[in-house]
Structures are given as structure tokens and as C-alpha cells.
Write a protein that binds this ligand. Structure first.
Ligand code: IVH
Length: 669
């Protein structure tokens, strides 16, 4: 249980102010500053705090308000029947809970059918017909009172001015005014040409269009209308029939796209299908509406708050969310470019937890005005890599800090100076061999002599890295099958194999761990000496230069390189992150059994079936002591193609020489 403190009180105050401002811009001025999901994300945060600390709740909090105030510029009209809204569900669990609630309430005796509709992302509108003639069109407003937009709605071709069949009494048709993508694109193109601000999405464009005082301007916007509800005497018994009747009366009602589901399982199948077809639709949708098909049952279920119990909006995952920017770190890219990466408080965006996102370069951070500590908007659309759109400046406390590229400590990995050439956007590390190319480091990490993760070769590592799923090797341990499956060219099986290869390396030998760090000048042999000498990673991390110089194979240059590495704050943090994920086994690192036990072996020349490092690792696992140079004490030299002086030396000393094939045979015996 968290403790209520001044910080939380201030946060609640700022959230309320911000949400109220956003709401005003959206509902009253038709000039939204952010997308709905950003607005929802902030409101959810506020709701969460108010739930945890009910003492902070106030009657004027935005969480207590439903609907928006109608504009003054249009005549206000009272709805004959309240225009309700829908409760949202974002997961199967929430839909199941909704349907179970219906059953529990005792209203559902037998299995029910659900009518599933595309949830149009537009603007709700009520059309009133008397003697079959359109007499009034109204926006929802606060649900009871809307705005009379009849003149504007009459410009919409999809709205019949006269119904195509005879009706008795008043008929009310409700539906969504929307702007097809094609019109939206055209509209924005022409606005761009005129240097006018662009609309963020078709919904905002249609909301703006319908509230034009001059109907001619509305007409230019090319709006459309999709009907979803009919209120008339002697209504049909089932909601799907209502849609059919709407079409007969002359409306678009999506009869072909919608679906009558016999049970919840079919609802979920439909939801999945729509997620796939969504990008091909000519208009924007934000979910599906699921409702009890039997109208009598639906009516009996009644209303809770402002929404009917018998219906739910099963929304798609929002593509935007807000979260805290905890830090900015530098990632060394392929060509030594230093890419700033946002470290985020983990947040779920479109079904995936995002904790890192690239900020591209210094100019981008500057342009977006991002400060460390900001609440930022994250977007993840489709399978696209998550993006930081920008800060919510209103939530600043004054403690946010600017990120300074030109750190005195230089490259975060090797410590060498960094530079930015005139005319270039990127900062670069000046060390051409900087292993801080984190990509190189991750590639190194998964090799046989390091963490030995089969299935995580260069190509796979590169793809995971390019997709932004990993930014250092410790991130490998956070990967989920779902993350990998969502990438092109990975299936369920390969995702499973990769996760297995990673997760089976939660315990690793000390030598492998040291080698995996890719410290400059520390190859497998030196890693082995360090492991034998220190016996634990903690002791090695604390070693002084003088301790290091006393070790076999370690000269002053190597000693300094090791010391540099462990005293570099970035590298040290990385080691810490790794140690949070894996356990280093301090069992004796030297192997005393195996077909090569006690033998000293050297590899030379180019091997055919494996890299030198992999070959050395197989020898070590067979119990051999692997060396780089041939001496009188060497027992075996394995000779590959184009071997040079080492092979000669071996002949001179009379050391046993093996081909790669013979060697492989020897260790497999
Ligand atoms: S049925 C009680 N069907 O979504 C309201 N609504 O988030 C009955 N919407 O207010 C609504 N497409 O403006 C229904 N096929 C559809 C819809 C739809 C879009 C809108 C509607 C509603 C809002 C709720």
C-alpha cells in the first residue's frame, strides 16, 4: 500500500488540469491536442490514483463526468430517448466478465446470440424522421441534450432525406457520421497546399466538419453515415433484423460486414478476423460492438450508468499510451554512431510491454522537446517499432532535466572521446574497434564460447536488435515468445526455440560470463585465467590494476583494459543488469575429464565447419587446455586451411598434428 504524499497530490492536481484542458479542446473547440488513447491513458492514471486514495476523489474530478457540454453556436435540442454510450472492454477476460455478469444477474436463462458490429470511429448522430421525412439531426451532446446540426447533416449523401419505405409515427435512426480514409487524405492534401494545420485522423476531421456554421463547408468535407440503431413502433425482435430494416429504409448499416455470433467463442473469432481486415477497410474503426441480439432481452437488461447492460465495446488495443521517461542512455550503433535510447517505465502499448524506444538523434530530442523525467506519449502502430511522440509538457514539475550528449566520460562503453562532425546529425565514438557497438556485443554474447545460445546467430540477433526488442544482451532474458512471433519471418516454433535457448542459460560458468562481456583484450584464455584467479565475479569487479597485473597471461595493457571496463559506470550497470538475470556458477571452471583431459591443444589456419572460437570451446569442453601458441609442451595442433608458422613449429617440435576431421572424430569418441 503506497503512502499518500505531496507528490501524489500534486500529480492528481496536474492530471486534472491537463485532462480538463484536453477535454475542452476536444469537445468544445473541436481542436484535440492529443489522440483519444493518450487522453484515456491519463484518465486511467488519475482513476487508478483515486481508487487507491479515495480521499482524493472530488465531485468535479474529470473521472466523475460523462459526456461533454454542447456548443452554444448551435441550437440545443432534447433527445426523445437518451443517447447512451457503451462500456469498453479491452480483453477477452473483460468480455467474458461482461457476459458472466449478464448471466449472474439472472437475466439469461439460455445461451444467447450476440450481434457483432464494426465500431465506427466517428461522431454519433441521431436522425429524426416524421412521415418518412428527415426533420432533425442532432449530435449526442451530453446524451440528453444535443446540438441541432440538421442543415449540415443534410449535405451528407449517405443520409436519406426521405425513407425508402412507408413508416408510421416518428422514426429515429442513430448511427455514426464518419469520413472515409480517401476523403480524409484528400482533405489533408489540400490543407497542406494551403498551409493549413492538418487533421490528426478522420474522426477529428469529421467532428470539425459537422460543426461548421456554414453547411457549404460541411458539404466540401465528403462525410458519410453508418446507421446502427433504429427506434420505431413495432421494432423487429432481433437486432440483426434492425440492421436489415435500416438498409431497406435507405441507410448503410454494414449488414455484410457485421456478424451474428452464436456464442462468445464466435465473438472472439470475429474480433480476430476484424483485426486482420481492419487495414483494408475504407474507414476508421476502433473495435467491435457486441450486443445481445434479442431486443426484448436487451431491453430487460436495462441501463447501468450511461450504458446499456446488454452491449459492450470490445476495443482494439490503443496504439498510444503515456509513461515516464526515466532516463536516456546511449547505444552504440553499427557504425559507432551513438543513438539515444529512451528508458521508459514499462507500459503496455497495443498488447506489448514497451520499456525502451529509440530517440534517433540529438536533433530529434531537441525538436520534440523531450526532457528526462517527462511524461511522454508512446506510439506503437501495427508491427511498427515503438516511437516516442513527445512530452506532455503540462505535467512537468520543474525537476525534468535536459539530456547532455557531450558527456565528459566519452563513449559509454569504451570511454574514448565522442565527436559530432559538422553537418552530421549523429554523435560517434572515435574508437574504430569499440565493442560498444552493442550489436557486436550481443552477437558476441550468444556465441558458443560465451553464453552458447544455439539459434541466436548473427541474423537472428540483428533482427531482434533492429526491431528494438533488445538493446543490450541482458534484454534477451526479458524476451517473450509473443515478441518474437510478432516479427516477420519468425514462426511459433522458432520463437519457442529461441526462448528456450535463452532461458536454459540462466546459470552460466564464470569463465563464460567473463568472456561474454567482450572486454577489450580479454579472449577465452584470459577469461579462464581470471576465473581461476578470482573465483567469483564480485572479486573480479573489485580488482585493482595491481591485482590484475599479477595474473598469468595478463600484462599491463590487458590489466588496464579490464580495470577500465569494470570502473566504467555504463559497463558496470550493464554487468549489474546481467547479474540480475543470470546466476554465475562458481563451480570449478577447469574440466578434469573428457577425451582431451590434461592435453594442451592449439588451433591454426581456417577451419571449415566452425569458427576458431567455437573449435576452442569444444576442446575446452573435452577437458583440453587451449593455447594460442605452439611450444614443446603442446600435445596437439589442429591444422586448417592456409596454416602458417604454427603448423611448421609443430612439425619441428614433433607435436601431433590433426586435420579438422580427425579432431572432430577424436572428440566425438
Ligand atoms: S451501438 C448505446 N454500434 O460508439 C449506444 N455504436 O463508444 C449504442 N459506435 O455511442 C451504440 N459504431 O457513437 C453502436 N456499430 C456501432 C457503432 C457504435 C460506432 C459509437 C457510438 C457509441 C459509441 C460508444
Amino acid at each position: 500500500m503506497a503512502i499518500l504524499d505531496e507528490r501524489i497530490i500534486q500529480r492528481v492536481r496536474k492530471l486534472r488540469e491537463t485532462i480538463n484542458d484536453l477535454r475542452y479542446r476536444y469537445h468544445v473547440l473541436d481542436d484535440p491536442a492529443v489522440t483519444d488513447s493518450v487522453y484515456d491513458s491519463l484518465t486511467n492514471e488519475l482513476k487508478k490514483i483515486e481508487t487507491e486514495f479515495p480521499e482524493l476523489e472530488t465531485p468535479d474530478s474529470p473521472t466523475q463526468r460523462v459526456g461533454g457540454a454542447p456548443l452554444d453556436k448551435f441550437r440545443k435540442v432534447a433527445h426523445h430517448h437518451p443517447m447512451l454510450s457503451l462500456n469498453d472492454a479491452f480483453s477477452r477476460e473483460e468480455v467474458v466478465a461482461w457476459s458472466e455478469r449478464l448471466t449472474r444477474l439472472g437475466h439469461l436463462a439460455k445461451p444467447v446470440n450476440y450481434y457483432c458490429e464494426l465500431k465506427m470511429d466517428g461522431l454519433a448522430c441521431s436522425l429524426l424522421y416524421q412521415q418518412g421525412v428527415l426533420v432533425r439531426a442532432a449530435t449526442r451532446g451530453d446524451g440528453y441534450t444535443g446540438e441541432d446540426v440538421t442543415q449540415n447533416v443534410k449535405t451528407i449523401d449517405a443520409v436519406p432525406l426521405k425513407l425508402r419505405q412507408k413508416t408510421t409515427g416518428d422514426v429515429e435512426v442513430r448511427g455514426e457520421i464518419y469520413m472515409p480514409y480517401s476523403s480524409f487524405i484528400k482533405l489533408n492534401e489540400s490543407r497542406k497546399a494551403k498551409n493549413l494545420p492538418l487533421f490528426a485522423n478522420p474522426r477529428n476531421a469529421s467532428a470539425g466538419a459537422i460543426r461548421q456554421l456554414d453547411p457549404k463547408l460541411t458539404a466540401e468535407r465528403d462525410l458519410s453515415f453508418m446507421a446502427y440503431q433504429l427506434i420505431e413502433q413495432g421494432e423487429p425482435d432481433f437486432h440483426n433484423q434492425e440492421h436489415q430494416r435500416l438498409e431497406e429504409l435507405g441507410f448503410k448499416a454494414n449488414v455484410k460486414e457485421n456478424f451474428l455470433a452464436k456464442n462468445l467463442e464466435e465473438v472472439f473469432q470475429f474480433h480476430q478476423k476484424v483485426i486482420k481486415t481492419r487495414p483494408k477497410l475504407p474507414y476508421q474503426i476502433d473495435g467491435i460492438v457486441v450486443q445481445v441480439n434479442d431486443r426484448h432481452l436487451f431491453n430487460r437488461l436495462g441501463v447501468i450508468g450511461k450504458a446499456p447492460r446488454g452491449a459492450v465495446a470490445y476495443k482494439f488495443d490503443p496504439e498510444e499510451a503515456t509513461t515516464k521517461l526515466l532516463d536516456i542512455i546511449l547505444q552504440v550503433g553499427r557504425q559507432g554512431t551513438l543513438t539515444p535510447v529512451a528508458v521508459l517505465e514499462p507500459v503496455n502499448v497495443a498488447g506489448v510491454t514497451v520499456s525502451r524506444a529509440t530517440l534517433h538523434n540529438e536533433d530529434e530530442i531537441e525538436r520534440k522537446g523531450i526532457l528526462i523525467g517527462d511524461t511522454v506519449v508512446i506510439r506503437r502502430a501495427g508491427d511498427v517499432i515503438p516511437e516516442v511522440l513527445g512530452p506532455v509538457k503540462e505535467l512537468r514539475t520543474g525537476k525534468e532535466k535536459k539530456f547532455n550528449f557531450n558527456l565528459n566520460s566519452g563513449c559509454p562503453i569504451c570511454g574514448r572521446p565522442i565527436t559530432k562532425k559538422a553537418g552530421e546529425v549523429a554523435w560517434r565514438c572515435t574508437n574504430p574497434e569499440c565493442l560498444g557497438s552493442t550489436l557486436l556485443q550481443i552477437r558476441h554474447f550468444t556465441t558458443k564460447a560465451a553464453f552458447d545460445m544455439p539459434g541466436l546467430g548473427l541474423k537472428v540477433v540483428d533482427k531482434l536488435y533492429d526491431a528494438g526488442l533488445i538493446s543490450d544482451a541482458s534484454d534477451l532474458f526479458n524476451l517473450k515468445e509473443k515478441d518474437i512471433e510478432s516479427l516477420p519471418s519468425f514462426g511459433k516454433k522458432s520463437a519457442q526455440n529461441i526462448i528456450h535457448a535463452i532461458q536454459s542459460k540462466r546459470i552460466v560458468g564464470l569463465r563464460q560470463f567473463i568472456y561474454s562481456l567482450g572486454i577489450l583484450h580479454v579472449g577465452v584464455e584470459t577469461a579462464q585465467s581470471l576465473a581461476e584467479h578470482f573465483g567469483s565475479i564480485d572479486k573480479l569487479r573489485r580488482a585493482k590494476i595491481s591485482d590484475l597485473e599479477n595474473i598469468k597471461d595478463v600484462g599491463p595493457i590487458v590489466a588496464r583494459s579490464i580495470w577500465n571496463y569494470f570502473t566504467n559506470p555504463q559497463a558496470s550497470k550493464y554487468v549489474g543488469r546481467l547479474l540480475d538475470k543470470v546466476e554465475v556458477s562458481h563451480a570449478k571452471t577447469k574440466k578434469e575429464s573428457g577425451p582431451l583431459a590434461g592435453k594442451s591443444i592449439v588451433f591454426t589456419g581456417t577451419l571449415e565447419t566452425m569458427t576458431r572460437a567455437d573449435a576452442q570451446e569444444t576442446a575446452r569442453q573435452a577437458g583440453a587446455d587451449v593455447n594460442d601458441s605452439v611450444s614443446k609442451n603442446t600435445d596437439i595442433v589442429v591444422v586448417g586451411a592456409n596454416a602458417g608458422s604454427k603448423a611448421e613449429k609443430a612439425r619441428k617440435f614433433g607435436v601431433k598434428i590433426l586435420s579438422e576431421k580427425d579432431y572432430l572424430k577424436l572428440i566425438s569418441d
